[in-house]
Design a protein around this ligand. Structure first.
Ligand code: APR
Length: 236
């Protein structure tokens, strides 16, 4: 850890910017690195609109397996500490790249999901979006006979501009940004911590490994999310 991590109590508007590494200790695989999802699957066959248009059943097989995996896991201490901080500090915001709903399951009430959610489906004919926690799905098709579309931002998808605008708004006004468990490789999400730093926020990176954006952070905490969050918020 470079220097002692700052006392979070000095901040009023903390943003937690989270990636797949935050859920690693819950047993949900990350995307890159050892055992990562994109080491085992080619995203072009499972997680882009072209694949869905080509073979929706194959794409749903993949996403139903991800749903079952996530449903079988529990939020970890880091998820719970983040929810606790959000409870103690009402202007805390959570901006996540994760789609696993773990923040909400740990008790967080406001979560900005940049890449959508495994637990929402949408009908691209009507724009209807529904929460759906069935494992497995009762039906992969809408009442109109079309396939439900996972409400996710896949590779090559445009971002949801309302979601991005909301994320930018909260990040530009934060006084501390804690980035946890992201490789900082996927844009535009990876750009967001830079906005906080440009705005004068104190930036902390929690990751066992160095990332391409590490040098922008005032503090880097080289360790797993649960241990580093325990150091950041010993109150628990
Ligand atoms: N605690 C904290 N960080 C961890 C832990 C842990 N226990 N274990 C691994 N990490 C770190 C890894 O070092 C890596 O830097 O988590 C990061 C995971 O990186 P990715 O797998 O690339 O996940 P993420 O950054 O969230 O990916 C961004 O890419 O595939 C798309 O849409 C997908 O949202 C995802 C986006």
């Amino acid at each position: 850890m470079n220097g002692d991590a700052p006392d979070l109590n000095q901040f009023k508007r903390i943003v937690f910017f989270t990636g797949a590494g935050l859920s690693a200790e819950s047993g949900i695989p990350t995307y890159r690195g050892q055992g990562g999802t994109w080491q085992r699957y080619n995203y072009e066959d499972y997680a882009c609109q072209r694949a869905f248009d080509r073979d929706p059943e194959k794409v749903w097989e993949f996403h139903e397996a991800r749903r079952a995996d996530a449903a079988g896991c529990e939020p970890n201490l880091a998820h719970r500490l983040i929810a606790e901080i959000a409870q103690a500090k009402p202007e805390t915001e959570i901006v996540t790249q994760n789609i696993d709903h773990m923040h909400q399951r740990a008790g967080a009430e406001r979560v900005i999901e940049l890449h959508g959610s495994l637990w929402r489906v949408r009908c691209d004919r009507t724009g209807l979006i529904e929460e759906n926690f069935d494992v497995p799905l009762k039906s992969r098709k809408t009442p109109y006979g079309d396939y439900w579309r996972p409400d996710l931002v896949w590779f090559e998808d445009p971002m949801n501009m309302e979601t991005i605008d909301e994320a930018v708004r909260v990040i530009q006004r934060c006084d501390c940004l804690v980035s946890i468990g992201t490789s900082g490789l996927v844009y535009p999400a990876a750009q967001l911590p830079m906005l906080a730093i440009a705005g004068g926020a104190v930036a902390i990176e929690i990751n066992p490994e160095e990332t391409p954006i590490s040098q922008s952070f005032a503090y880097t905490m080289r360790g797993p999310a649960t241990e580093m969050m325990r150091l950041l918020w010993p109150e628990a």
